[in-house]
Design a protein around this ligand. Structure first.
Ligand code: GTB
Length: 212
């Protein structure tokens, strides 16, 4: 069955791979699944046809036959559960990999987003100078904990999994700030993710859209 995802017609990052369709493309590449992309403008995202797919008028969405999904955590989990390559066979290891997916979106992504918003959307506010260091320190304390758990391991729990795919995707959002480089083991972990051929294909595909 054909898989169709949605992505920005023009991503605000100009193709740095930070929009969330990249993680879905990456999961599909890891799983060896071909997919089509429907590009949507900011205006089209808020119109009824797209709102029927995504209640919050965002990208990405995922369509496969009658199935329509939104939320990248759910989309990546769906791909990982149906195709080999993203979740271990062993039941406990599988549950732990899924736990890392939730950790990425529930425990790491919120402070990362708060920080990205403080830097990019709120920098003109009168309170921005005072708030930014507080928000940056919240990111640092999460990264310190994550770094302690990762140690010098290659991936978070044994072999590469959907948990790593989600975590690397979340951490990549920090790259422009330089904060990731304060944690050498985490920076190396993210670089290992980016070095995966499936990530490179996903990155190139979204870049092609944004440089066309
Ligand atoms: N929780 C949802 C998920 O994981 O799927 C969040 C989806 C989401 O935030 N989508 C964003 C969107 O559609 C695009 S990815 N925004 C438009 C809107 O809400 O109207 C977020 C994003 C956007 C831009 C950059 N960038 O330019 O660097 C990075 C990330």
């Amino acid at each position: 069955m054909t898989i169709t995802i949605t992505a920005f017609e023009r991503s605000p990052d100009g193709g740095k791979g930070l929009a969330r369709d990249t993680r879905v493309r990456w999961a599909l590449e890891e799983a060896g699944q071909p997919y089509q992309v429907r590009l949507v403008s900011f205006r089209a995202m808020k119109e009824p046809a797209h709102l029927a797919l995504h209640p919050f008028g965002q990208i990405p969405t995922y369509e496969e036959g009658d199935l329509v999904l939104f939320e990248t955590g759910s989309i990546v989990l769906h791909i990982a559960q149906r195709h080999a390559g993203l979740l271990p066979q062993d039941a406990n290891a599988r549950a732990r990999a899924i736990t890392w997916m939730f950790a990425a979106v529930n425990s790491v992504e919120p402070p990362v987003l708060e920080f990205a918003n403080a830097r990019l959307l709120e920098s003109d506010k009168p309170w921005a100078k005072e708030r930014l260091p507080l928000v940056a320190d919240r990111v640092r304390s999460r990264l310190k904990q994550l770094c302690a758990r990762l140690g010098d391991g290659e991936w978070l729990d044994g072999a590469f999994s959907a948990g790593d795919l989600m975590m690397v995707s979340v951490l990549l959002r920090l790259r422009p700030s330089g904060i990731l480089d304060e944690f050498a083991d985490l920076a190396a972990y993210v670089a290992r993710g980016e070095a995966r051929p499936a990530y490179k294909r996903a990155f190139a595909a979204q870049l092609a859209v944004n440089t066309a």
